[in-house]
Ligand binder design. Structure first.
Ligand SMILES: Cc1ncc(C[n+]2csc(CCOP(=O)(O)OP(=O)(O)O)c2C)c(N)n1
Ligand SMILES: [Mg+2]
Length: 281
């Protein structure tokens, strides 16, 4: 177990990795990635039981499915720094023939990735299928998933949410990145989601909220609380309140950096706010 300072240092390095990946190829999605740095760090550094000796079937280990695949920079950084593949492979982000495509795919055989995502709305269904498979295999490990808030506007989610409760898929912890922003503006302006806690509860889920999803201690506590709620007949949802672009002052609280790379000068400013901790790749 790492202490809080070590985890915060990990998060800062992940933010640097995100910024440097998207800057190098002048494309990719920094906003949502920066907001979820604490979540991925908590999951892979503290919460999940997994092997870096990657096997696609994932038997007898916890599984994670990223549904909002556009935030691949944070996923790749944390996978690499957790030992799934060499950290300097982050240099190949979004290049032709790289294993690190803009949206993750299984075709490239990147250790840690079990589904292609990027076409929004599908990850919940996959996570539920994996969770049910674990039950059939008498495998007590859990399935985790992450979804964007804008992504919840995709109808397939609600079919899956209804199905999971109806079938007591209680070994699933689905987290929603509640940053209030999506590609073209705030979720309230584009298509309001209403009260998500009430909605998930009405569909039969157990719902927890993490008020500050950019505080590593709170995120770990939220995930631990969620684990306590598994095995009780209901799927578990975490509403994770995050700030899009967190950690870079000019990228925060706006959708503007949903899918835009910083230029040289902006990168320099952003990195100055996030000093090197574990070493750049
Ligand atoms: C099926 C589908 N429709 C549209 C898109 C284009 N798209 C990519 S990201 C995005 C916004 C998603 O918002 P959210 O899930 O809140 O992600 P955030 O902007 O917070 O990172 C959209 C519409 C897509 N990738 N897939
Ligand atoms: Mg969002």
């Amino acid at each position: 177990m790492a202490n809080t300072t070590q985890l915060e240092d990990f998060v800062t390095q992940v933010r640097r990795d995100i910024l440097r990946q998207v800057h190098k190829v002048n494309s990719g999605h920094p906003g949502g990635s920066l907001g979820c740095a604490e979540f991925f760090t908590a999951l892979y550094q503290e919460i999940m039981d997994y092997s870096t000796d990657f096997k696609m079937d994932g038997k007898n280990e916890d599984l994670f499915f990223l549904s909002n695949g556009h935030i691949s920079p944070v996923y790749y950084s944390v996978l690499a720094r957790s030992g799934f593949f060499p950290v300097d492979e982050l240099n190949t982000f979004r290049l032709i023939d790289s294993r690190l495509q803009g949206h993750p795919t299984t075709h490239e055989n990147l250790p840690g990735v079990r589904i292609a995502s990027g076409s929004l709305g599908q990850g919940m269904s996959v996570a539920i299928g994996a969770a049910q498979t674990k039950k059939l295999n008498k495998d007590k490990h859990l399935v985790y998933s992450l979804h964007g808030d804008g992504e919840l506007q995709e109808g397939q989610n609600w079919e899956a949410i209804m199905y999971a409760a109806g079938n007591q898929v209680d070994n699933l912890i689905a987290t929603v990145d509640l940053n209030g922003q999506q590609i073209d503006g705030s979720t309230d302006r584009v298509l309001p989601l209403g009260n998500l806690k009430d909605k998930f509860e009405a569909f039969g889920w157990e719902v927890l909220e993490v008020k500050n999803g950019n505080n590593i201690t709170e995120v770990i506590q939220g995930l631990q609380d969620a684990k306590e709620k598994t095995g009780q007949g209901k799927p578990v949802c975490i509403l994770l309140h995050t700030v899009m672009g967190n950690g870079v002052d000019f990228m925060m609280h706006t959708h503007e950096w949903h899918g835009k790379a910083p230029n040289d000068e902006q990168l320099e400013k952003a990195l100055a706010q996030n000093p090197e901790t574990l070493g750049d790749y």
